[in-house]
Write a protein that binds this ligand. Structure first.
Ligand SMILES: [Zn+2]
Ligand SMILES: [Zn+2]
Length: 425
């Protein structure tokens, strides 16, 4: 892939580029004449012969190990794409479902951070979608898969997509209200958390996908769809970060260390990693942290003030979803600063905020859940392609589908530094 010009580099640094600026570059070789790209033939919809069944890791009961089951091959509907899954990231949000912290229908297939190959489009999908994601292309999927048509998607706030929250997070399916997953033996439905990436194949709404270049490996690219996507959404859409600002990231696991990388890519001057694990802090330095603080040994807001000339940081990110660190983030920002909360907590958890400081010191508190797939995902791929985001060093462990339950157990025990991915083939 050719180097980009300096103007587009700058627009990435400022976090301002729109998705459309990248797309023609990724698909340059695929832009043939209009007649070539019309989905007229069966081959435009489908790649080769597909099996009738697939393997998937199914969660039957909270706090029990997932089992590998045979499911019917999922069928994409209009506007949806069947992906041959190559890799799926191991993320804390899945643990919230496994532990029943967050209600979700079961049995289900977890895994919401995927890379893979496009093998089939749903019938009657429009030609622009087929042209953007040709059969055979290499893709990553964002965990928030925008419907494209709801109140928020129309406004460009795809990270608030109502259909995603209602039909996927609420009902475990896609936007016609049904799942795409069924047991091979009984035909009983199996629900899908995002696309249900812990399976050999998955169905993803086309709006949640972006093409990746040959230079980005499948396994490492999987983390773009949640860890990096969440970090990018927090730093660009919630924090509205500018070059030269100072940042502290509290909790430097998979998403937190991605926040550090994105902050550096956006031109962060001082980027402080905060954790209680020396291993994770070492990793934070490798991801670009200029300073680290071990919260079990030092007073975090006090130490942050020391590093920032007595003021506090412009932006503090809380990536753990814990009441104590929520408060810590607010206490770590300068007057007029922004505290961005990205850590999910058990349903109903609350945290304290010191009202008078918030009012007098004009502290701004934001929640941020993810990114905006159609705008942000192509930009994130571009940052990774240019080396501003080092996805390869962020992935520290790889395992097979059969080992998925063990890897999630290790994640829960805090034994994974960086990010683990499940490789499907
Ligand atoms: Zn995730
Ligand atoms: Zn929507």
């Amino acid at each position: 892939m050719a180097m980009r010009n300096s103007a587009s580099r700058l627009s990435f640094l400022a976090g301002r580029a729109v998705g459309a600026t990248l797309r023609p570059m990724h698909c340059a070789a695929l832009h043939n004449t209009a007649s070539d790209t019309q989905p007229k033939k069966e081959s435009d919809y489908l790649l080769g012969t597909l099996p009738e069944t697939m393997k998937a890791a199914v969660l039957w009961e909270p706090r029990k190990a997932m089992t590998i089951e045979e499911l019917k091959l999922p069928r994409p509907q209009v506007g949806e794409v069947l992906i041959r899954t190559k890799a799926c990231g191991v993320c804390h949000s899945d643990l919230h479902v496994m532990n029943n912290d967050i209600p979700f229908p079961i049995p289900c297939v977890l895994g919401h951070e995927v890379s893979g190959e496009v093998v089939e489009h749903g019938k009657h999908t429009d030609s622009a979608t087929i042209e953007r994601l040709p059969v055979g292309s290499r893709v990553v999927g964002a965990f928030i898969m925008p419907c494209g048509g709801c109140f928020f998607c129309v406004k460009g706030q795809e990270d608030l997509c109502e259909s995603f929250l209602k039909y996927n997070r609420g009902l475990g399916g896609l936007y016609d209200g049904t799942t795409r997953l069924y047991m091979s033996s009984s035909g009983d439905p199996v629900y899908m958390y995002s696309m249900g990436g812990l399976a050999e194949y998955c169905v993803v709404p086309a709006n949640g996908l972006a093409v990746i270049p040959e230079s980005l490996p499948y396994s490492e690219s999987a983390i773009i769809g949640c860890a990096v996507f969440t970090a990018y959404g927090a730093m660009k859409n919630a924090a509205d970060m500018r070059a030269g600002e100072t940042v502290a990231v509290i909790g430097t696991g998979g998403v937190g260390s991605s926040c550090i990388q994105v902050s550096r890519a956006f031109g962060g001057r001082i980027v402080i990693g905060v954790d209680i694990s020396d291993g994770k802090l070492e990793m934070a330095k490798q991801m670009g942290a200029t300073h680290t603080i071990n919260a079990s040994k030092e007073d975090v807001p006090e130490r942050i003030r020391e590093i920032t000339g007595g003021r506090g940081v412009d932006i503090a990110v809380e990536a753990l979803g814990k009441p104590a660190t929520f408060k810590q983030a607010i206490m770590s920002v300068r007057d007029g600063g922004r505290a961005v909360m990205i850590g999910l907590a058990p349903w109903g958890a609350t945290a304290d905020i010191e009202i008078t400081r918030l009012v007098r010191r004009q502290i701004r508190v934001f929640g941020s859940y993810g990114g905006r797939a159609r705008q942000d995902l192509p930009n994130i791929v571009g940052l990774a392609e240019m080396g501003f985001l080092k996805i390869e060093s962020a992935v520290t462990q790889k395992a097979k589908l059969e080992q998925a339950s063990n890897v999630y157990a290790e994640l829960e025990q805090g034994r994974i530094t960086g990010r683990a991915v499940i490789e499907l083939r």
